[in-house]
Design a binder for this molecule. Structure first.
Ligand code: ADP
Ligand code: MG
Length: 387
């Protein structure tokens, strides 16, 4: 499968640019098991990599030209000059890879141009981080080809900078780190304050379970603005409590912190979500490490309630997935990603997968929602060189 993908992307590169690429690279999308909206609060997250990847064939250039082509976007290669790259100047998909080249050069790395041809199996805009996969695959290819010697977490930081500054999307560090650093059969326990990480064995199939991703195939229009509001509200909470970030409020101090926030009802709800969510990540880690995998189900479901009621970023489609799958026997379920659409995850016994899938599809049809896309998420490898 992977060999076929790389053969095709190499052939595509040669047809497009009239020369062989120097290599092929892959970077995955991700799904977050638990730890939602904690990454811009210096907190904990726990993503794992999907089998879905962005695959790129790349060759260096010495002449300052950057040519970018996606097989998934109509039209020929877009040609840019590395000297001209300026944050905010590219309005389409090319801003992501161009932003990576900009961030590498801004950090003092000698990138003198490249030809890039890529394609992806990561659903775009589904909350599964197609943007991070796109950034990380380009960063890893240039890291290898230009012998920059950067580690996965360093590439992730540069990719985040590309997305925040060059593209102009205020995202945390989770997505890029997940794509760069995850390992097959594991979830990544990541402390987003210092990027320290631990690979946690997460092999559901061996224990007779499955994790389903249900993509609602909707993205409600106001989602970006709402993300910004939540972020600002969390910062306000940290300022009112006199801490650098909400990560610094221990779970044991939550009640006292809420008391101090007085009648700041909106901020109180955001703070409660972040503090309890960090604690949920730690509970999931300890349950997995003690082999009590089924017991993470209720913790995931608790996380959903917190995102729905306190953080208020769910939507009818996501709530329908969670409620329906739990009624149909799921061990746990929650929305994942930014909210207001995107995807939910469902933890289930293998034997219940068909019943749950049918129940969710039926509930969506009854409610008049778009037909959801359901697939099984197997914890897969992070970014890597393929050829
Ligand atoms: P998500 O990361 O959740 O998929 P984003 O809105 O952050 O959603 O990123 C999606 C954007 O990334 C797309 O609109 C497009 O600009 C870019 N993108 C993702 N995959 C590809 C691809 N295969 N080819 C070109 N652009 C892509
Ligand atoms: Mg994204």
């Amino acid at each position: 499968m992977e060999e076929e993908a790389i053969r095709r992307i190499r052939e595509g590169f040669t047809a497009l640019y009239g020369a062989e690429p120097e290599g092929g690279w892959a970077a995955p999308g991700r799904v977050n098991l638990i730890g939602e909206h904690t990454d811009y609060n210096d907190g904990f997250v726990m993503p794992f990599a999907l089998p879905h990847v962005t695959v790129a064939a790349v060759a260096r250039r010495e002449d300052g030209v950057l040519r970018l082509h996606s097989a998934d976007v109509p039209g020929g290669p877009v040609e840019l000059r590395v000297d001209d790259l300026t944050p905010g100047s590219d309005k389409d998909w090319t801003a992501y890879p161009a932003g990576v080249v900009w961030a590498l050069r801004e950090a003092g790395h000698a990138v003198t141009g490249a030809d890039v041809h890529l394609t992806s199996t990561v659903p775009s805009g589904a909350g599964l981080s197609s943007s991070a996969a796109l950034e990380v695959v380009v960063a890893l290819a240039l890291n290898d080809l230009c012998a920059l010697g950067l580690k996965g977490w360093q590439l992730a930081r540069l990719c985040q900078r590309a997305e925040n500054v060059y593209v102009g999307a205020p995202t945390g560090i989770m997505d890029q780190t997940a794509s760069a650093c995850c390992e097959a059969g594991h979830a990544l326990f990541l402390d987003t304050r210092d990027l320290s990480q631990r690979q946690i064995p997460f092999d559901l199939a061996a224990e007779g379970m499955r994790l389903l991703v249900v993509d609602t195939r909707v993205k409600h229009a106001h989602s970006d603005g709402e993300y910004g509001k939540r972020r600002a509200g969390c910062e306000k909470g940290a300022a009112l409590l006199g801490v650098d970030a909400l990560r610094d409020v221990p779970y044991a101090d939550l009640e006292a912190a809420l008391e101090r926030l007085g009648d700041e009802e909106e901020v109180r709800r955001l703070v409660r979500h972040i503090v309890t969510e960090n604690q949920r990540v730690e509970r999931v880690v300890s349950l997995l490490e003690s082999g009590d995998t089924r017991a993470i189900g209720p913790v995931l479901t608790e996380g959903h309630a917190s995102l729905r009621d306190d953080f208020r970023i769910s939507c009818p489609e996501l709530d329908t997935i969670v409620d329906t799958s739990l009624s149909a026997g799921a061990l746990g379920a929650r929305m994942t990603g930014g909210g207001f659409g995107g995807s939910a995850i469902v933890l289930a016994e293998e034997a219940d997968v068909d019943t749950i899938t049918k129940a969710v599809e039926k509930a969506f049809a009854t409610a008049g929602f778009k037909t959801p896309r359901v697939f099984e998420a197997v914890p897969s490898a992070g970014a890597r060189r393929l050829a």
